[in-house]
Ligand binder design. Structure first.
Ligand SMILES: Cc1ncc(COP(=O)(O)O)c(C=O)c1O
Length: 299
C-alpha cells in the first residue's frame, strides 16, 4: 500500500471491509465492503478495468478505437476515468434520468454521452448503444458489461479474494444486489469454491419501477448474458422505501453516507438476519451517497 502509483487505475480494488454496529439479530454479524473507496467511487471500477485490459490484451481495443457501452452511470464513470488515465476516447449511452451529479462527472472526464429515454430505463441505453455501434462498427470497442465474462471474472479474482482474506471461513452468507449481476455471480462463485457452505443471496427490487439506481428487476428486464440463476441459493425482494430508511440509518448510526443500492443491500441483510438463528453476513455497498444528494431520500 505504501508506494507511489503509476496511474489511477492501480488504486482500483483492495477496498475496506467494515463491521457494522447495526444488527437486526444479536447473533448475526454484518460486514460491508465499501466499494466507494475505489478511485471512480464505485464497485464498477473493477469490471471496467478488467474488460478494458482484456480488450487491449486480445487486440480488440486498439488506439484508433473508442470505448462504447451502455451504462446506468457507475460503469460509465469507471470507463471515463480509466479511458482518461490510459488515453482512450469513451462514448456512453445513458438513461436521461441518471442523477445530475453523475452526468457532471462524465463531462469532467470528457466522455461523449448520448441519452436514452428515461421511460426505457437501462434497457433503453442498451438499445441506443447497439444503434450507435451498428452505424460504424469498426470505430468502437464495446466491452458489453451485460454479456462480458470479464465482468464477473473481475469479482472472482479480486472482490471474493479480498473478502476471503479478511473474513475467512466464518462467512455464512454473501448478499449482493443484481444489476448486470457481475458482482453477485463472480464473487459468489469464488466464495462458494473456497467455502462450500456459504449461501449466496441475490437482491432484487420488488417492482420494475423502483428507486434503487444500479439494480435490475430481472422479470421485466433484458436478462444479462452473464446472469445465471444457478449461481445463487436464493433471492430476496427489497422495497425502495425500506432501502431508503436503511440509507438514513447507515448515515446516522454508522457514519456511512451510502448510495441507494447500499440501502437495498442493508435491507436484504435485515430480512435475512431475521430469518436465520446466527451467522456472519458479508455484503457489498456499491457506491457512496454523494451522487444522490438531490434524491428524495434526503428531502
Ligand atoms: C450503485 C450500483 N449498485 C449496484 C450495482 C450492481 O452491480 P452489478 O452490475 O455487478 O450487478 C451497480 C451496477 O451498475 C451500481 O451502479
Amino acid at each position: 500500500m505504501n508506494r507511489i502509483y503509476d496511474n489511477v487505475t492501480e488504486l482500483i480494488g483492495n477496498t475496506p471491509l467494515i463491521k457494522l454496529e447495526t444488527r437486526f439479530n444479536p447473533k448475526v454479524e454484518i460486514y460491508a465492503k465499501l466499494e466507494s473507496f475505489n478511485p471512480g467511487g464505485s464497485v464498477k471500477d473493477r469490471p471496467a478495468l478488467k474488460m478494458i485490459l482484456s480488450g487491449i490484451a486480445s487486440g480488440h481495443l486498439t488506439r484508433d478505437k473508442a470505448i462504447l457501452d451502455a451504462t446506468s452511470g457507475n460503469t460509465g464513470i469507471a470507463y471515463a476515468m480509466i479511458g482518461a488515465a490510459l488515453g482512450y476516447k469513451v462514448i456512453l449511452a445513458v438513461p436521461m434520468n441518471v442523477s445530475d451529479e453523475r452526468k457532471k462527472i462524465l463531462q469532467a472526464f470528457k466522455a461523449e454521452v448520448h441519452f436514452s429515454s428515461p421511460m426505457d430505463g437501462s434497457d433503453g441505453a442498451i438499445v441506443l448503444a447497439k444503434k450507435i455501434y451498428q452505424e460504424n462498427p469498426d470505430k468502437y470497442f464495446v466491452p458489453d458489461q451485460y454479456n462480458n465474462v470479464e465482468n464477473p471474472q473481475a469479482h472472482y479474482l479480486t472482490t471474493a479474494e479480498e473478502i476471503a482474506q479478511k473474513i475467512g471461513d466464518r462467512a455464512t452468507h454473501f448478499v449482493a444486489g443484481i444489476g448486470t449481476s457481475g458482482t453477485l455471480i463472480g464473487t459468489g462463485k469464488r466464495l462458494k469454491e473456497l467455502f462450500p457452505w456459504i449461501q449466496i443471496v441475490a437482491l432484487e427490487p420488488t417492482e420494475p419501477f423502483h428507486g434503487l439506481e444500479g439494480l435490475k428487476h430481472m422479470a421485466s428486464s433484458i436478462v444479462p448474458g452473464i446472469y445465471n440463476e444457478k449461481m445463487y441459493d436464493r433471492k430476496i425482494s427489497i422495497d425502495t422505501d425500506e432501502s431508503y430508511e436503511m440509507i438514513k440509518l447507515l448515515a446516522k448510526s454508522e457514519g456511512i453516507l451510502a448510495g441507494l443500492s447500499s440501502g437495498g443491500a442493508l435491507a436484504g441483510c435485515a430480512q435475512l438476519s431475521n430469518e436465520i438463528q446466527k451467522g456472519c453476513i458479508v455484503t457489498i455497498f456499491p457506491d457512496s451517497g454523494d451522487k444522490y444528494l438531490s434524491n428524495r431520500v434526503w428531502e
